[in-house]
Design a protein around this ligand. Structure first.
Ligand code: GSH
Length: 222
């Protein structure tokens, strides 16, 4: 099976969950990096310059033997199934994992939608307000879902939910999202603990040193 991720040159959670799942499972895959100009064209046409279909004119996509699969959660589940990180015979655990993938999408949309169409200063002000209100409310809900003392969001080992939350929080606390302070995580010790555990996990460390630029700020986890 030939697997190729199509995404920007940025290790965002939306693509990293699938990539890391495959990496952890020892499954080979490739990457096609799309620049902003090509993406603008694909956003309009639904195809990359080489003709590859982008079903919903959005990224990420995963090409599986030439078939384009879109949507982060679907891609993550597919990769999780290949690598043993997403159950094929435990519907409740599968649904629990799904809820954290979809939660990560909700938070991402909440942030991206804030200030969309506004100039940079207004956008920043709106995101600062978000970081003091609705975003905190969402993160508190996530905090409430994690058991005290747990290293992982679900079960006894690192899984897709942890990878999603680690990269989502890494993005939010990276100081690359104008208006969202890196310290936002400090009110949430259980989320911080999960992020630190993922960040220190040997196979994740291996992935980071293999694929992230030296000195890349992965986030501030408290
Ligand atoms: N529901 C999609 C959303 C993907 C998405 O919004 N991706 C961004 C890039 S990170 C994008 O393509 N934005 C352009 C657009 O939505 O038109 C998913 O979960 O993958």
């Amino acid at each position: 099976m030939k697997l190729t991720f199509i995404y920007f040159d940025f290790p965002f959670w939306r693509v990293e969950v699938g990539r890391i799942a495959l990496f952890m499972g020892g499954i080979e895959f490739g990457n096609k990096v799309v620049g902003n100009e090509e993406f603008t064209r694909a956003w309009g046409t639904g195809r990359l310059d080489d003709g590859t279909v982008i079903p919903f004119h959005q990224l990420p996509c995963l090409l599986v033997d030439g078939v384009s699969i879109a949507q982060t959660a679907g891609i993550s589940r597919f990769c999780g199934k290949l690598s043993g990180l997403y159950p094929r015979d435990d519907d409740i655990l599968a649904a629990q994992i799904d809820q954290f993938l979809d939660f990560s999408t909700d938070v991402t949309e909440l942030v991206f939608a804030t200030g969309r169409g506004d100039d940079d200063e207004i956008k920043k002000a709106k995101r600062e307000a978000l970081a003091e209100d609705e975003l905190l409310r969402k993160l508190q809900m996530l905090e409430n879902c994690i058991s005290s003392g747990a290293d992982w969001v679900l079960g006894a080992g690192l899984g897709l939910a942890d990878i999603a939350i680690w990269r989502l929080m890494g993005w939010l606390t990276s100081e690359r999202v104008d208006g969202i302070p890196a310290g936002i995580i400090s009110a949430f010790p259980k989320i911080s603990k999960v992020c630190r555990a993922v960040d220190a996990y040997p196979r994740i460390q291996e992935w980071v040193s293999k694929t992230y630029p030296v000195g890349y700020v992965r986030g501030h986890y408290g």
